[in-house]
Ligand binder design. Sequence first.
Ligand code: HEM
Length: 160
Amino acid sequence: MDDFVFARVVHVLSVVLWIGGVAMVTLVLLPVLKQMASPKEAMVFFSNFRRRFAAQARLTTLLVGLSGFYMTFILDAWHRFIQWQYWWMHTMVLIWLLFTFMLFIAEPKSRKQTKTPLPQNITAQTFLDIQRKHLGLLILSLITIAGAVAGSHGWLIPGG
Ligand code: HEM
């Protein structure tokens, strides 16, 4: 297996683990937590869950970034960043940057604050807000995955 194919395999496996986890949290876990009788208990559970998932997501995000930039280098595809038919290259990097910020900066920062008690005003609405944000990221990720699979196998918007 050549280096490029290996990088593609690592890229796709990491995307599956990472975005698959985001889908599970958004579509399964958060709706269940929203219905729990005690929103405070649900938040404690969610914080522990998120911490564990963040550890896995940090590794997969790192692998996605390394394999992605390696493929861009091998393909010498930097010019794609100034061609709009390759919009999915832009959104891949955008999603990667968003998650890198959340996982490597925001999440460790919030972990340091867990010693302070949970705010009193956690309600089902809190989970609805969290779910909305996750859903936005999930939809953007799925559109990007569809565009990247189609685009990297030759189905590009004509012109440009
Ligand atoms: C630093 C960020 C990233 C870079 C530089 C990057 C780069 C690349 C490159 C160069 C390819 C191969 C394109 C081709 O063969 O023409 C690719 C494929 C792909 N990428 Fe990314 N990527 C990044 C992040 C992501 C993210 C965050 C996702 C998911 C949301 C993603 C999903 C995919 C998918 C699904 C493919 C298609 C694989 C296939 O069908 O063979 N990438 N990426």
